[in-house]
Ligand binder design. Structure first.
Ligand SMILES: *Cc1c(COP(=O)(O)O)cnc(C)c1O
Length: 386
């Protein structure tokens, strides 16, 4: 039986299938077809579909308390804030429902900090190619060319510089600047990594000039790169960190995290009806407690190394390009711009991958993906490649 999709707003081109079940790395549609899922809700389902620890958290917390309004503390909210603070080394955590909302909060927090500590400065330096979300301010902060003509006028106050260009960042930081904001790996731009030297350089520069460093780790955080946070690879620490996607493992949960210096919201500055609900934060606790375990993260690194090696082998054999990324956020550069066709052909064969750019395939499987599933993915992908 197929549901009618007539009334679903057409904000994206979707294939004419309806998904009904998921387990681990596999999805099933309403016709009973199986798909090996290497997108996982857009790098969201870090434990795969319907993992038992998430189901248990949903059932147990659902039976106890779902939502007591954001004007009260609840126990899972407190527990998850402590976990995020302890693991990130930052101090204060504000929970929200989407990555864009977390970044919107980061922008507001930086502007507030600018009002309090930098004479009303409000400009934020952001990167070409960046993706920070789909609210008006986060679209304005993004450096995605396709966003440029949309929904004018944009929110002012964002100065864009080329990614990985420390001199350009240095030139853009003025007395009007409050922060530099970037992703450790630009996922939506096609998995483009900030070099460790660039991240360290931006950290030193922002400290020396007295402005904040905001890291958008909505795609790289919570184990995706093989470390709990992407910033650990370069050994830097941001003043403000945003998390989303994997934090909830599939439920809507994101976080704005701030160090003591930056954390300057006062009562009334920030909020939201669903924020920090007991049900969502209980799931977040189950996810983070699972992912933070050293043996879990070691397995992510091993699976990432294996997937990268297999992709490199495939690419060399067929004359395609480089493999980029870290951990289980990987991309394969194709020699021609027909990635969308590859994605379509793969779906026909029961494989879900994504094309963030016309010449790039992106792989973001469950962090618990097995070597056998990686082998199966390559078997399905190979005949789809030109
Ligand atoms: C997905 C993403 C966002 C936006 O998150 P939403 O939950 O879709 O609002 C922001 N920044 C980065 C780096 C992302 O990958």
């Amino acid at each position: 039986m197929r549901e009618s999709v007539e009334h679903v707003m057409k904000v994206t081109a979707r294939p004419p299938i309806v998904m009904v079940e998921g387990e681990g790395s596999w999805l099933r549609d309403s016709e009973g077809r199986q798909y090996l899922d290497f997108v996982q809700g857009w790098a969201v389902n870090c434990l795969g579909h319907s993992h038992p620890v998430m189901r248990r958290a949903l059932e147990e917390q659902g039976a106890r308390l779902i939502n007591c309004s954001p004007s009260f503390y609840n126990a899972p909210m407190a527990r998850l804030a402590t976990l995020v603070a302890e693991t990130s080394g930052l101090r204060d955590v504000f929970f929200c429902n989407s990555g864009a909302e977390a970044n919107e909060g980061a922008i507001k927090l930086a502007r507030k900090w600018g009002q309090k500590h930098r004479g009303g400065a409000y400009e934020i330096v952001t990167m070409h190619g960046a993706f920070h979300g789909r609210t008006l301010a986060t679209m304005s902060a993004s450096g995605k060319p396709a966003f440029e003509p949309l929904f004018e006028p944009k929110v002012p106050g964002f100065v864009k510089v080329p990614f990985n260009d420390l001199d350009a960042v240095a030139a853009a930081v003025t007395e009007r600047t409050v922060a530099v904001m970037l992703e450790p790996i630009q996922g939506e731009a096609g998995v483009v990594e900030a070099t460790d030297e660039f991240l360290r350089g931006v950290r030193e520069l922002t400290r020396a000039r007295g402005v904040l460093l905001i890291l958008d780790e909505i795609q790289t955080g919570v184990g995706r790169t093989g470390r709990l946070y992407g910033f650990e690879h370069a050994g830097v620490q941001p003043d403000i960190l945003t998390l989303g996607k994997q934090l909830g493992g599939g439920v809507p949960l994101a976080a704005l995290v701030a160090g003591a210096e930056a954390s300057c919201f006062e009562p009334g500055d920030q909020g939201g009806t669903f924020n920090g609900s007991a049900l969502m934060t209980a799931v977040g606790c189950a996810v983070l407690e699972t992912v933070r375990r050293p043996e879990f993260l070691a397995a992510v690194r091993a699976a990432g190394d294996y997937l990268a090696a297999r992709l490199r082998g495939l690419s060399a054999g067929l004359g395609h390009g480089e493999v980029r990324g870290r951990g289980l956020l990987l991309a394969l550069a194709l020699r021609r711009g027909d990635a969308a066709k590859v994605v379509e052909a793969a779906l026909e064969r029961g494989l879900i991958v994504n094309a963030p750019r016309p010449d790039t395939l992106r792989f973001m499987p469950a962090l618990s993906v097995t070597p056998g599933e990686i082998d199966e993915m390559l078997k399905l992908l190979e005949p789809c490649l030109p």
